[in-house]
Ligand binder design. Structure first.
Ligand SMILES: [Zn+2]
Length: 244
């Protein structure tokens, strides 16, 4: 009887659809775990960069101080030479050099002030990056573990469904099973569907009164002309899922 075969397929389909869903969810878990880890790695990288920026600002300040020191030493030499100068022209030239040093020092000190501002900003960035990293690492601990747990649940539910499946597949005729499996493989979704009024319960396209008549009679297999799914009449087959 077609109706008995349809009922058997519906029970099998419940398990198969669950297996498909579990498989899909399981496949999605490693990428989700990787994303959480990648997020933490990104936060770690940003902290390292922020620390580098602090070092760069500090060494820039140090360099400016050394430059000023060097210029001041040079300036003292000019002053010494000026005191010892016998020639008025030489005296004036050295006086000019001494002023030039003051100008250079002043310019460097401006740059040094900017670098100090930058240092404050980079230090604040380090504090922020540290907080972000802490948060991201906490997520690695919780999310990755939770996803791992979920994966274990999926694996055991999958095994349960697999063992149920064997008994449910037994009453299905071999040729029916072959057609059902082919469709299931290609659709990765339900392939035995009810008619809703005159519409296919799978693709929702409009069927003909002949489809409805044949499905109601339950004497032969009726397939949707659009998606190919196997159709049944809900008033004839009152199937209720027993799963989960
Ligand atoms: Zn259809």
């Amino acid at each position: 009887m077609i109706t008995e075969q349809i009922e058997a397929l519906l029970a099998l389909q419940d398990v198969d659809v669950t297996l498909l869903q579990l498989k899909k969810e399981a496949q999605g878990i490693p990428p989700r775990q990787e994303a959480v880890k990648a997020n933490a790695a990104g936060a770690r990288e940003r902290l390292a960069q922020a620390k580098e920026a602090v070092k760069a600002a500090e060494s820039a300040i140090k360099q400016f101080e050394l430059d000023v020191e060097g210029l001041r030493t040079q300036q003292n030499r000019y002053r010494q030479q000026q005191m010892e100068a016998k020639d008025n022209e030489v005296y004036k030239t050295l006086g000019h050099e001494i002023e030039m040093v003051d100008e250079k020092v002043s310019a460097i000190e401006d740059q040094e002030l900017e670098a100090m501002d930058r240092l404050e900003e980079t230090k604040a960035s380090v504090v922020e990056a540290e907080a972000n990293l802490k948060e991201a690492e906490a997520l690695v601990d919780t999310d990755v573990a939770q996803l791992e747990e979920r994966l274990n649940v999926i694996k055991s539910t999958f095994a349960e469904c697999k063992s149920k499946r064997e008994a449910l597949a037994a009453p299905v005729d071999a040729d029916v099973m072959k057609r059902y499996m082919n469709q299931l493989q290609s659709k990765q979704d339900k392939v035995v569907v009810p008619m809703n009024e005159l519409n296919c319960g799978g693709c929702n396209m409009k069927l003909t009164p002949q489809h409805a008549h044949d499905a109601h009679a339950g004497q032969k297999w009726v397939n949707c002309s659009y998606c190919g799914r196997m159709l049944y009449d809900r008033t004839v087959i009152k199937y209720k899922s027993k799963l989960l």
